[in-house]
Design a protein around this ligand. Sequence first.
Ligand code: UN1
Length: 498
Amino acid sequence: MSNPRIFQNLIGGAFLPSRSGQTFERRNPADTRDIVGVFQQSNAEDVGLAVAAAKAAFPAWSQIPAPRRGEILLRAATILEARKEQYSHDLTREMGKPLFEAGGDIVEAIGMAQYAGSEGRRMHGVTTPSELPNKFQMSIRQPLGVVGLITPWNFPMAIASWKMLPALVAGNTVVIKPGEDAAVSTYNLVAALTEAGLPPGVVNIVTGYGPGAGQPLVEHPDVALISFTGSTTTGRLVYELGARQIKRVSLEMGGKNPLIVMPDADMELVMQGVVWAAFGTTGQRCTATSRLIVHKDVAEPLVARIIERAQHLRVGNGLDPETEMGPLVNEKQMQRVLSYIEIGQQEGATLRCGGGRITEGDLAHGWFVQPTVFTGVTPQMRIAREEIFGPVLSVITVASLEEAIAVANDVAYGLSASIYTRDINAAYRAMLALEAGIVYINAPTIGAEIHLPFGGVKATGNGHREAGPTMLDVFSEWKSIYIDFSGSLQRAQIDNVE
Ligand code: UN1
């Protein structure tokens, strides 16, 4: 185990300790004897400095032509590609997902750097004909100013890139507060950008455990937008605080994602998809499959297949290339998952596999929980309604497509949903009827690509879609411009109405 690295806040291009001198430590969730890093415990004062640095960097950065800003992102993509192995290792060590998944996290960031970077040459606005003669009109995009990003630990490189890179190409400057359990990846992303030529002060990093740094960032009057991904509880608070200042807030929060299985589906394909989407990333994706809604005629043989595979998943330290499922991110998350397993049993669901912490050998030093499957779950149970964010699958049986869709939609969230069927009519009906921002047909609920809008309906979000062509709507402001070259006063809506 190597010595812990000391990470300081990045403010105006300089690495600075927190003003209070306080720090916090992050340990590897697969083996808590390994200290990953020591980070600054920042407060409002540190946030104030970071926002001031971002504000000072804004005029120059926003005046660099967008294609030139994009070139920096494109160069960063190449640097990330070259560092993929090292950055994957750092990511696995800080948050626990297996190396092959950590590589995927970096690949998403590379994809976003290419996509947002090339957006520098598009940044399309609109032109429309005027109601009046000799008049021209158009809408163009302009940056917002300083944007505040609050990112989660579960996709520490990918989600930071989804937010930061569109923000940058649009001409904004950034203060980011990364999830305290996985901040190293944000430093790595920013290191790649810096090496690619990003000027100092354009991106600033403040770290902090708990709300000490996040809240002052949300409340800072010079921050024009807060883009937040995380829990619904925190997101609601962010929304409320932002609303007081009529601040733009983009939220992406929880999910309780259903995967529907009709009797005609390819059951081997379903099994593989369910195991990947329920237990991949140890269930810690907002897009994870947490409800299997299966037709009663095929439920039992399918569940048997899933359990057979789940019981043989290799659970361990993600740094071991053999590992298929890593630990939970921290002790609190492990306790939360274990308490939901308890709740499921109390509610009368049948625990069919897993259900406990793993403490064999070296795994006793980490936060490992067995892949867990409950059957006999009814739609009203808490394990069918609340986001667990762990390797727990709730199986609900239904008798028809209509019932499956009704059950799928009967939760507060609406991020991702899936249906497996060979019946094209059933697939299309579900595609339209499922209340979700993302729908998959014959594929599991995870695996969204960065060039389609990402986000959800109902309690999952507040209508914004980061990633995809809609990303610039989050990170820029429309300005509509009317140019009258008639040489006389043309009174809109008056002179032209006969
Ligand atoms: C998340 O679940 O928090 O669609 C993000 C996916 C990944 C991103 C997930 N591309 O599963």
